[in-house]
Design a protein around this ligand. Structure first.
Ligand SMILES: Cc1ncc(COP(=O)(O)O)c(C=O)c1O
Length: 390
């Protein structure tokens, strides 16, 4: 498929042009070529390469979309999480609760501000189990970072209730969930701060790293605008030691173009998910059920299955690319050794780690390609069953 190798370095090798590619950046470029070239031309003509007008335009659109007073563009989703913790005063000696089955940044951000990640196991749908949070809270707990994994919002009503009871901050890790909704509100407007990634693989992705955060608090937004730019109040005044995490104007310009198409991208991904739901045999494949009070955006379409690795090999042999998000939980990573968790600490997460498989769901797939994947999955299990009974 000719994709830039580093973006997809974790994709298992597939035949030259897969029958069903996991992502399709070439199709995306064909669709957007003129608009992208116009972005390049505009930014180079204005030469406002850093913090240019496209960044302010993007921030206004993102705040409106998320239903928050402020959005602040940053260099990555990881920086958004780190800055959110810093802005809320989380630091050494503090504990922060999050999910062990997420992308590593949900936990590394906590370590980077000098605090300690405390994990809580997840529900069938891979999101934080609110009923297990209470038991993980200590006098040192300062915040909860629920992760809206796959584009599906965690059970925020129950999470916010526990947080309010204990006076904790809630930072949404909405890196995978732009425009997902829960009880009428958008991701990013459901806690104190919402953190998003615009990595190229996200539903709203740039042509490189990027991210942003949302908040209703003007003081927090102002502090983060300072932190992203060396802690500067103005050109000559450094109010505090800061960082360099501004969004490139070119990335913002591209994101402005893609934001205009995002609803269409999400509609196509939701249609693909719906098609999978009707085609995949529930006797073999578990799909977290849709909820009436939530709107999922399917950054990934993760099923849970027995014999996952054999299925994955079977699909790859037919040119169907898949991912595993994520095969090794964070608490079992070598980097997490000092936290003292071992195998068995989070049974739901650990069981899911061996069963989860992300099927292709990108917006360029045809109904026929979704049918091909579903048929290949169902055939794999039916032939297994037939062999078991032989
Ligand atoms: C759940 C989650 N949190 C945080 C991040 C970090 O975002 P970024 O890669 O933009 O730093 C990601 C990105 O992959 C993510 O999926």
């Amino acid at each position: 498929m000719g994709l830039a190798a580093p973006v997809l370095r974790e994709v298992a090798a597939a035949p030259a042009r897969p029958q069903v590619p996991y992502v399709d950046f070439q199709a995306q470029y064909a669709e957007e070529r003129d608009a992208i070239h116009a972005c390049v031309d505009r930014v180079f003509t204005r030469a406002d390469f850093v913090s240019g007008s496209a960044v302010a335009e993007l921030e206004a659109s993102l705040a409106e979309r998320c239903g928050t007073a402020h959005a602040v563009a940053l260099g990555s989703g990881t920086d958004a999480l780190i800055f959110a913790l810093k802005a809320l005063g989380v630091g050494p000696g503090d504990e922060v609760i999050t999910a062990p089955n997420s992308f590593v940044a949900s936990a590394s951000c906590i370590v980077h501000v000098g605090a300690r990640p405390v994990f809580v196991d997840v529900l069938d749908d891979q999101n934080l189990d609110p009923s297990k949070i209470d038991a993980a809270i200590t006098p040192r707990t300062k915040a909860i970072i629920p992760v809206h994994l796959t584009g599906r919002i965690a059970e925020m009503e129950a999470i916010n209730t526990v947080a309010a009871k204990h006076g904790l901050f809630v930072i949404e890790d909405a890196a995978q969930s732009i425009s997902s909704r829960y009880r009428g509100r958008a991701a990013g407007a459901l806690g104190h701060i919402g953190c998003f990634s615009t990595h190229p693989l996200k539903n709203l992705g740039a042509a490189g790293d990027g991210g942003f955060l949302t908040t209703g608090d003007g003081d927090i937004a102002a502090r983060i605008r300072r932190l992203r730019n060396h802690g500067m109040l103005d050109r000559d005044t450094v109010a505090e030691w800061g960082y360099v995490s501004r969004m490139d104007t070119l990335q913002a310009a591209i994101l402005n173009v893609r934001l205009g198409r995002l609803d269409n991208v999400i509609a196509k991904r939701r249609a693909n998910a719906e098609r999978y739901r009707t085609l995949l045999d529930p006797a073999f494949v578990f799909i977290p059920p849709a909820r009436a009070h939530a709107f999922d955006t399917f950054h990934t379409f993760v099923v849970q299955v027995d014999h996952r690795d054999a299925l994955r090999a079977h699909l790859l042999a037919q040119g169907i690319e898949t991912f595993i998000h994520y095969p090794r939980p964070i608490h079992l990573q070598p980097a997490a050794k000092e936290l003292g968790y071992g195998p068995g600490a989070f049974p739901v997460t650990e069981r899911q780690a061996g069963r989860i498989l992300s099927l292709p769901i990108n917006q360029y797939l045809t109904p026929g390609q979704i049918e091909t994947v579903a048929a290949a999955v169902n055939a794999f299990y039916r032939s297994q069953k037939a062999a078991d009974h032989a």
